[in-house]
Design a protein around this ligand. Structure first.
Ligand code: ZNH
Length: 141
C-alpha cells in the first residue's frame, strides 16, 4: 500500500538517520516512556535517563533495525521475523506498545527534520511504521 515514491522517501529519510541513530532512538524511547509511563515496565533493568549509555545503545539498535528494513520494504515480513519472535516470545511486549513507539518516532523525526518532514513525508512514514508495527505484532495472533 506504499507507492514506489513513498518507499523511496522512507528509505531516504532512514538512511539520513543512520549517523544520528542513537540520538533519534534514545529521544523516541524517552518520549515513549514519558508520555506513556506504562512502557517503562519493560526497561526496569536499564538506566532509562535519556543520556544514559544504555538508552543511547538501545535507541541506536531500534533505529538501525528500522533503517535496514526500510531499504527493502516489500521483504519486511521476512526480515522482521527474528524481531517478531524476540518481542512476542522472549520479551512478551504487549503489541499495543508498538503503536506508541511509532508515534514517538514520528514526533522525534518531525522535531529533527523540521520543514523537511512535510505532510507527504509524515503520511508515508505513518503508513510505513503502521505496517512495521503490524508485522511485529503478527506472532501474537
Ligand atoms: Zn524492541 C530489544 C527493535 C519496539 C522493548 N528491540 C530490541 C532490539 C531491537 C528492537 C533491534 C535489540 C535486539 C537484540 O539485541 O538482538 N523494538 C524494535 C523496533 C521496534 C521496537 C524496531 C518498533 C518500531 N521494543 C519495542 C517496544 C517495546 C520494546 C514498543 C516496549 C515498550 N525491545 C524492547 C526490550 C528489548 C528490546 C525490553 C530488550 C532491551 C535490552 O537491552 O534488554
Amino acid at each position: 500500500m506504499l507507492s514506489t515514491e513513498e518507499k523511496e522517501l522512507i528509505a531516504h529519510i532512514w538512511e539520513k538517520m543512520i549517523p544520528v541513530a542513537s540520538e533519534i532512538g534514545s529521544e523516541s524511547l524517552h518520549r515513549m516512556m514519558t508520555t506513556f509511563p506504562g512502557t517503562k515496565t519493560y526497561f526496569s533493568h536499564l538506566d532509562i535517563r535519556p543520556e544514559s549509555l544504555q538508552m543511547q545503545s538501545h535507541g541506536k539498535k531500534i533505529v538501525l533495525a528500522i533503517a535496514e528494513c526500510s531499504k527493502d520494504i516489500s521483504s519486511m515480513m521476512v526480515t522482521l521475523e527474528p524481531l517478531q519472535a524476540l518481542h512476542a516470545y522472549k520479551l512478551k511486549i504487549d503489541p499495543g506498545n508498538f503503536k506508541l513507539l511509532s508515534h514517538c518516532l514520528i514526533v522525534t523525526l518531525a522535531a529533527h527534520m523540521g520543514s523537511e518532514f512535510d505532510p507527504v513525508a509524515h503520511a508515508a512514514m505513518d503508513k510505513f511504521l503502521s505496517a512495521f508495527a503490524a508485522v511485529l505484532a503478527e506472532k501474537y495472533r
